[in-house]
Design a protein around this ligand. Sequence first.
Ligand SMILES: Nc1ncnc2c1ncn2[C@@H]1O[C@H](COP(=O)(O)OP(=O)(O)OP(=O)(O)O)[C@@H](O)[C@H]1O
Ligand SMILES: O=P(O)(O)OC[C@H]1O[C@H](OP(=O)(O)OP(=O)(O)O)[C@H](O)[C@@H]1O
Ligand SMILES: O=C(O)c1cccnc1
Length: 489
Amino acid sequence: MKKTYVDDSLTLHTDLYQINMMKTYWELGRDNTKAVFECYFREMPFKHGYAVFAGLERFVHYIENLKFTENDLNYLREVEEYPEEFLTYLKNFKFQCTIRSAKEGELVFANEPIVQVEGPLPQCQLIETALLNIVNYQTLIATKAARIKSVVGDEPLMEFGTRRAQELDAAIWGTRAAYIGGCDATSNVRAGKIFGIPTSGTHAHSLVQSYRNDYDAFMAYAKTHKNCVFLVDTYDTLRSGVPSAIRVAKEMGDQINFLGVRIDSGDMAYISKKVRNQLDEAGFTEAKVYASNDLDEGTILNLKMQRAKIDVWGVGTKLITAFDQPALGAVYKLVSIENDHGEMVDTIKLSGNAEKVSTPGKKQVWRITRKQGGKSEGDYITLWDEDPREEESLYMFHPVHTYISKMVSEFVARPVLQEIYQNGKIVYDLPSLSQIKADTNKHLDSLWEEYKRDLNPQKYPVDLSQKCWDHKMNVIKQVRLDVAKMQQK
Ligand SMILES: Nc1ncnc2c1ncn2[C@@H]1O[C@H](COP(=O)(O)OP(=O)(O)OP(=O)(O)O)[C@@H](O)[C@H]1O
Ligand SMILES: O=P(O)(O)OC[C@H]1O[C@H](OP(=O)(O)OP(=O)(O)O)[C@H](O)[C@@H]1O
Ligand SMILES: O=C(O)c1cccnc1
């Protein structure tokens, strides 16, 4: 067993190979070589039509605290056995990169840069692991929440997942991401405390079990709380649970706000209809039926089809763990590097699969919407020095199947990547969470319904500008020539 050290920084929350590469670059005099990396994912999560970007706030916290502490250095010296000169270099580490990113709540799509890091090569490399760790998870959960919310509609959606999440950090940041993506409230009190997310909750089966009958448990709760939602399925929902809830509500009268009952098992379509009837017949027409039990967008849609009488949805496990797709798969690729003459040279990763060939060069993503109506036309990726706002009309074509094309005029082009850090200094005011949530909704309004449906949505266009496409083809040609030359040697 190795010696252990105090966990006082996130700087070593990186893969060992990043530090090994840093050492190579430092030792061979490339510590100031300029590089540009871009982060993107290749396929839409859950086959959804859009993804909701989240993770920037935590990434900013990480960058703000990025330095090698004495404990970090001691560990690297004593356990990983790095030489003293390299440790001195790390000790003097000062973050200098420029970071551009989509804002949280922005809609993002496959194969477009969502974060771009430009700066000294070893620094870009160090932060890759944490960046991907944060963005992969939070964007996935925000998207899953958006997917569930798209089925739930205007009814309240409560996030109940903390107990089933992959540990504490996933619960807390997952809750925040779920709120950005579409949840209206959370059961996690700490998330309420630190993020200001509205909290909401009922009670557990254990309360009923501890009193050993529904009536006594509900009465006890009612005597100690103004707002009451009773969990009615511990013993027998229709024969005991709901009748006891009604009895307590009648006996307590104005002393409580009888908000409703929660069901958590059984055939929820059938039971919810019976529960609704019982509540209505007792005169509690305003009381709501809450439902939980392994719900997700599929079961919710199905319950709605069955005309289940459910007003409030509680979703835990399947949301917070992104049950049906546990990874977004975002990657971080080098797109440009400074050569020995101080010029930037764009780089590419080739693949037999045309969709997987990376796009070289530092880029911007432009969200193209119609001037009239504000609806989206697609995303248009340009090389950094292009500005589509100067164009009268845009020729937009599919980057692989180029015959699929359209001319767009009367458009607005909005840059998706925003400057967050400039040469290591933050230049961005983190927006409030309510602002981020409002942004998500605003962005969703600009997306055509065809991209928003849950099942088999239309593929949102993510196109390359002609210049960007030509450049990619030239780089591919050049790489092939270089490989051929190497073979002749
Ligand atoms: N009418 C319905 N149509 C489709 N799915 C439903 C319906 N009612 C419930 N479900 C879903 O079916 C699954 C049933 O889960 P499960 O087999 O655990 O049954 P249960 O009644 O909850 O049993 P338990 O009492 O052990 O919790 C849940 O995911 C639930 O959301
Ligand atoms: O089903 P999920 O979507 O994951 O939602 C969270 C679940 O957590 C609770 O169950 P649990 O059995 O943990 O506690 P309980 O005894 O209060 O029901 C709650 O009753 C939900 O069923
Ligand atoms: O408040 C609830 O009803 C709740 C909270 C966490 C998990 N399941 C349910």
